[in-house]
Design a protein around this ligand. Structure first.
Ligand code: GCO
Length: 419
């Protein structure tokens, strides 16, 4: 049953590195190949989406979706500093065209966690040169594809590095905050450090602690990320003024238990509020929510006893999405797009139930006047969940790892009925 207007953007999301395969010029690829890698397995061919995008896009169209959020891989477009690759540029032009031919609005993300190796060698997401480098790439994309696009997300989960820094600290204090980070990274390894891995990093990146996007970020790095976003936004607007620009944030439904109120405010400020000045000039905010976090007087609490947990070990809590939308709308006055919301589960009926509750929450927000323009389920495919590898099944479509054959799930058809 339709829950949204026909022009509401209803779709699924992916990220280049997690689905395309063979992203060989990226920092992640190199780290996955290291002998002492903290990744459970390498991404390899991933879902071969690089070659099978037309089939995947057709599946979404057939199900009734009208939008696709995907990322362009910077490491493919600019494999060497200042050198733009024409073949890869043509590839993403084909992807965008394929979306349009299938009646899907392409929502492009410029950076979804992975970066070119050369950027990390220069100091990565802690380096003062990165905002300029990122803006050059953003301008190129806007010049190349601007006439075909209406929306660009600059950075995916701009706040992830800060979340990881905070959680990593807590882990050191023996507070394993299960469910605190909405992404599959191996935090314990990250914090303990492995001297052999440090040597391998040194050999490739010239530093034993490469400042990749998904690593504990310093306050300086947080500034760099904000500057990179603002510089990219300016470049995009100069090249293609009609494009709506925003970034995305990983936003937990932060809930205080009695006594945890002050901590919860601190948590929300670090996750959201302190970014308000840089976001003030954005057209939209990409909201990414998967669960809630309960906060007590000393910080985050474990998942309540008896609660249903997902494969990611955080709480099944689809109500969190509407809570977060209502909360951000109080302070951010542009449009809102749910750029990610989803569940890793082997039981597809739980996925459909999750989508049902979450999207009903979105529809209620819209009925109350919130400017929510779209909902993108994470993820289209069972894909590479970073350091956790292929074990996490978020997809609306299963992928046979041997044959790459696609297996659309009932949740895909269910999502398609909502507009
Ligand atoms: C994230 C990411 C995705 C993850 C997803 C599931 O933004 O954290 O955008 O890459 O795969 O969140 O953990």
């Amino acid at each position: 049953m339709a829950r949204f207007e026909k022009d509401f953007l209803l779709g699924a999301a992916t990220a280049a590195h997690q689905v395309e395969g063979n992203n060989t010029n990226s920092d992640n690829w190199v780290q996955e190949q290291m002998a002492h890698s903290s990744f459970t397995e390498p991404s390899g061919n991933a879902c071969d989406h690089y070659n099978r995008f037309a089939e995947d896009i057709a599946l979404m169209a057939k199900a009734g979706l009208n939008a696709y959020r995907f990322s362009i891989e910077w490491a493919r477009i600019e494999p060497e500093e200042g050198v733009f690759d024409e073949k890869e540029t043509a590839h993403y032009r084909d992807v965008i065209r394929c979306c349009k031919d299938n009646g899907l609005e392409p929502i492009v993300t410029l950076h979804h966690f992975t970066s070119p190796v050369w950027l990390i060698r220069k100091g990565g997401w802690e380096a003062d040169t990165t905002p300029t480098d990122f803006a050059r790439y953003a301008r190129y994309i806007a010049e190349q594809y601007g006439s075909e696009l209406q929306y660009i997300c600059t950075l995916n989960e701009a706040n992830m590095g800060i979340q990881i820094a905070v959680v990593a600290q807590q882990i050191f204090q023996a507070m394993v905050a299960a469910g605190k980070v909405q992404v599959g990274v191996n935090l314990e390894d990250l914090m303990k450090g492995n001297p052999l891995l440090a040597q391998e990093n040194m050999a490739v990146f010239g530093t034993d602690r490469p400042a990749v996007f998904v690593s504990p970020r310093t306050p300086h790095g947080d500034e760099i990320v904000m500057q990179a976003h603002a510089a990219a936004r300016k470049a995009i607007r100069e090249a293609a003024p009609h494009i709506k620009v925003g970034w995305t944030l990983s936003l937990h439904d932060v809930q205080a238990v009695p006594g945890g109120e002050a901590k919860a405010v601190e948590e929300w400020d670090q996750e959201f509020s302190h970014y308000l000045p840089v976001m003030a000039d954005d057209d939209f905010l990409g909201v990414q929510n998967y669960s809630r976090t309960l906060i007590g007087p000393n910080g985050s609490l474990p998942v309540p006893d008896g609660a249903e947990i997902t494969q990611m070990e955080y709480e099944y809590y689809p109500e969190g999405l509407a809570h977060v939308l209502r909360r951000v709308a109080k302070d951010f006055h542009g449009d809102l797009i749910v750029t990610e919301n989803g569940i890793a589960t082997a039981d597809d009926s739980r996925r459909a139930a999750f989508i049902d509750t979450a999207t009903q929450g979105v529809a209620d927000c819209i009925a109350d006047g919130l400017p929510v323009k779209g909902y993108f389920y994470w993820s289209l495919l069972d894909n590479f969940e970073w350091q956790k590898g292929y074990a996490m099944t978020f997809g609306l479509v299963g992928v046979n790892r041997e044959t790459q054959q696609r297996q659309p799930k009932a949740s895909l058809s269910f999502l398609g009925t909502l507009r």
